[in-house]
Write a protein that binds this ligand. Structure first.
Ligand code: SAH
Ligand code: SF4
Length: 419
């Protein structure tokens, strides 16, 4: 099945034409909010309800749900008429009540190294209200493709180094909008069964899937949108559908302690914790949520994270801020602090934004810091896939219209290194 490419305005120059800049955004006044609900992101139970709405008898619903599940999440169809195993009447009935719409792609950027960024438009909470925008970033490597997904528009937390924290606008994303990000990426990459696969520099060459890993490291605090994130990730992990295993899904939290155990029990995905400081005094400043849930409590929750083991380690993220948290004494304290916890450490080069008071640590310092961690037995925490080209920070994704900077790409890659 060949799927038409979703068009942007003006039409993008094509999936496999790196590098392109962001295409011009569609003017807001052209935005038309969806009139019917989309089935995208629906759980099996919700699909069953949808079938009841259109008059499918109870006895047939289970089988029909299986069919819809396959067309939605294995084939990624975008029109009911493509669901050839479903009767014409049922397709027409579904079409009258529902859509298969994904979040609208308003801009796409393909970087030279294959990184792709999509700006997505979501309806406002109230009809007629300004639509919201979130970003979703795809980071390909030879053996995997990682998608960085958002959980909220903006964030209620105010980490002092994070751009998202300065945005006032906050709305929780729905499960459909969270699953929808993965579906958009798979649409654009031709990553569905039977679809024409994208080609271009930097795409994974090993494995069957372009989107093999998901990190909840985009905008927002996933554990403050718990139910929607849980329901979305369970749909994404379902073996009969999108089937990205829970070991390949990582949820990053700034430390919402009461929901950490819940995430382990109810989602069972991998956990990443934004530590960023080894002392409460400094962490209170960088991650103000620390005042509520200080380091000791956070690390206790990590020790008790359901399923944690040497094979399923917790990733500790540590953003490198020049002269703030990057002393070699901090590195030693970090190693000590994490002793006994099955851990990985990701050092993230700080990705500066206009108006920030922080700077990224010197590369030399990052290397020395990383050496201490490496010597303590942790895998080399900063890789430099493109020389000094360090990764970009998902946490600060915003509606930027310029190209991804080298530092952004580096920050992204560092964050994506969760395996
Ligand atoms: N709210 C969650 C997940 C989104 S942020 C959390 O805080 O963990 C994902 C990661 O990006 C976090 O580790 C966050 O601390 C980091 N981050 C945010 N802004 C950054 C920046 N400007 N430079 C580098 N990393 C940043
Ligand atoms: Fe929110 Fe995470 Fe940014 Fe903190 S780092 S403001 S929790 S998105």
């Amino acid at each position: 099945m060949t799927k038409p490419l979703q068009t942007t305005h003006p039409p993008s120059t094509g999936l496999a034409a790196p590098p392109t800049g962001f295409v011009e955004k569609m003017p807001l006044e052209r935005y038309v909010p969806p009139a019917k609900p989309s089935l995208v992101g629906f759980s099996r139970a919700q699909l069953s309800e949808a079938l009841a709405t259109v008059g499918v008898p109870a006895g047939q619903r289970k089988m029909r749900v299986q069919q819809l599940w396959h067309w939605l999440y294995v084939r990624g169809v975008r029109r009911f008429e493509e669901m050839t195993s479903v009767s014409k009447e049922l397709r027409a009935a579904l079409d009258r009540h529902f859509t298969l719409a994904r979040p609208e792609v308003v801009a796409e950027q393909v970087s030279v190294d294959g990184t792709r960024k999509w700006l997505l438009r979501l309806p406002g909470e109230v009809l007629g209200e300004r639509p919201h925008e979130v970003e979703c970033v795809y980071i390909p490597e030879a053996d995997r493709g990682t998608l960085c997904v958002s959980s909220q528009v903006g964030c209620t937390l105010t980490c002092s180094f994070c751009h998202t924290g300065t945005q006032r606008l906050v709305r929780n994303l729905t499960p459909g909008e969270i699953v929808g990000q993965i579906m958009v990426a798979r649409d654009r990459l031709g990553d569905w069964l039977g679809a024409t696969r994208a080609s271009g520099d930097g795409l994974p060459t090993q494995g069957e899937r372009f989107v093999s890993n998901v990190v909840m490291m985009g905008m927002g605090e996933p554990l403050y949108n718990f139910e929607a994130v849980r329901d979305a990730l369970l749909t994404v992990a379902d073996g009969d559908g999108i089937a990205i295993s829970k070991r390949r899904i990582t949820l990053s939290t700034s430390g919402v302690v009461p929901n950490i155990a819940r995430a382990g029990a109810e989602i069972g995905c991998m956990l990443a914790v934004s530590l960023h400081a080894v002392r409460d005094e400094l962490r209170n400043e960088l991650v103000p949520l620390n005042r509520k849930y200080p380091i000791a409590q956070l690390l206790d929750a990590c020790r008790n994270y359901p399923g944690v083991s040497n094979a399923r380690r917790i990733t500790f993220e540590y953003v490198m801020l020049r002269d703030v948290n990057d002393s070699l004494a901090d590195a030693k304290a970090l190693v000590k602090l994490l002793a006994g916890i099955p851990a990985k450490i990701n050092l993230i080069p700080f990705n500066p934004w206009p108006g920030t008071r922080y700077e990224c640590s010197d590369w030399d310092r990052i290397e020395k810091f990383s050496e201490i961690i490496f010597t303590a037995g942790y895998a080399s925490p900063v890789r430099t896939p493109r020389g000094r080209d360090i990764l970009a920070a998902c946490g600060q994704l915003k509606s930027a219209t310029e190209k991804l900077s080298a530092r952004e790409r580096l920050a992204l890659r560092a964050m994506a290194m969760t395996d």
